[in-house]
Design a protein around this ligand. Structure first.
Ligand code: NYM
Ligand code: MG
Length: 217
């Protein structure tokens, strides 16, 4: 039996990640599980949820970064077990959001390499799809501004950080994780979903050694 594949959606806020991951999960039924980060139902997740919603709840940025990472480690064993039993796992955000949002706060003392460190050893995605849009289109979408980080200038810095992270992955020939970028500007949900499927189908079809869950870096 081939192991399941780990397919990740990344992007700025309000770029349709949740919509697209739901559609992909429908297409991959029945052997598929959706996991969204932050996973707000755990104790660490509850703290993260409060931090995102309550803009008066202050924590050091380093501590917040480590909470997001700890939240992934809480779920890591479950992700590994699902993959090994042949179930595909679709992720709505993961490590690269962790790096991009934190590094955007402090490009000096919390640079991208500092940010990656606590995530080292987590399961590596087989495919990462970065949903992006022209300019600040995401800021016009319903709900933008409700949570911490949903501010125009900050989003643009996060976007720059995402692009740098993916450039570094592309330059690393050891890297097995395939990164694909979809620009959603001017496209319907269905059009984007079809592009997602064209990218995902060959990855989920490719057989993989059942014992092999690659680790990150
Ligand atoms: N976020 C998410 C981080 O800052 N670091 C992380 O590691 C992850 C997984 O949480 N603005 C931020 C990005 C989002 C916020 O996520 C909530 P979502 O997908 O918008 O619910
Ligand atoms: Mg959001």
């Amino acid at each position: 039996m081939s192991r399941g594949k780990l397919v990740l959606f990344e992007g700025l806020d309000r770029t349709g990640k949740t919509t697209q991951s739901d559609i992909l999960v429908e297409r991959l039924q029945p052997d598929v599980t959706l996991i969204k980060f932050p996973e707000r139902s755990t104790e660490i997740g509850a703290l993260i949820d409060r931090y995102l919603k309550d803009k008066t709840f202050e924590l050091p940025d380093q501590a917040v970064h480590l909470l997001f990472s700890a939240n992934r480690w809480e779920m890591a064993e479950r992700i590994k077990q699902l993959l090994l039993q042949g179930t595909h796992v679709v992720l709505d955000r993961y490590v690269y959001s962790g790096i991009a949002y934190s590094a955007a706060k402090h490009t000096d003392k919390m640079d991208r390499s500092w940010c990656l460190q606590p995530d080292r050893g987590l399961p590596r995605p087989d495919l990462t799809i970065f949903l992006t849009s022209d300019d600040a289109e995401n800021e016009l979408r319903a709900g933008f501004g409700e949570e911490r980080y949903e501010k125009s200038e900050f989003q643009q810095e996060v976007k720059r950080q995402f692009i740098e992270v993916f450039k570094a992955l592309e330059d690393n020939s050891q890297e097995q994780n395939l990164v694909q970028i979809i620009n959603i500007t001017g496209k319907s949900v269905e059009q984007v979903a079809n592009e997602v499927w064209e990218l995902t189908e060959p990855v989920v079809r490719a057989p993989t050694d059942s014992k092999n869950t690659e680790i990150l870096y």
